[in-house]
Design a protein. Sequence first.
Length: 94
Amino acid sequence: MEIEIIKQEPGYIKFNGKFTDPHTLPNLLYSELLEDEDVDFAGYWRDKSFYESYIFQVRMKKEEMDPVDAINRALDRINEISETFIDVVKSKIS
């Protein structure tokens, strides 16, 4: 798993991610970012390699807002949802 920052400026970030599954995790992050009222735009697409890599970008509503903070908040929510899911499934199938 690799992340390379392509462009970062006030209120905006664009990065390339390389995963074995370039859709599931980026789509989850994209969905969570759209729930953030400070995020103006979030999106991703697969780059020319199609299978192993994607380009992701986030633009905030105001330049003084940090997209890295929005990404971290989204990741925290994903982590919380995942932990809850794991706990519920384990409790029901044990």
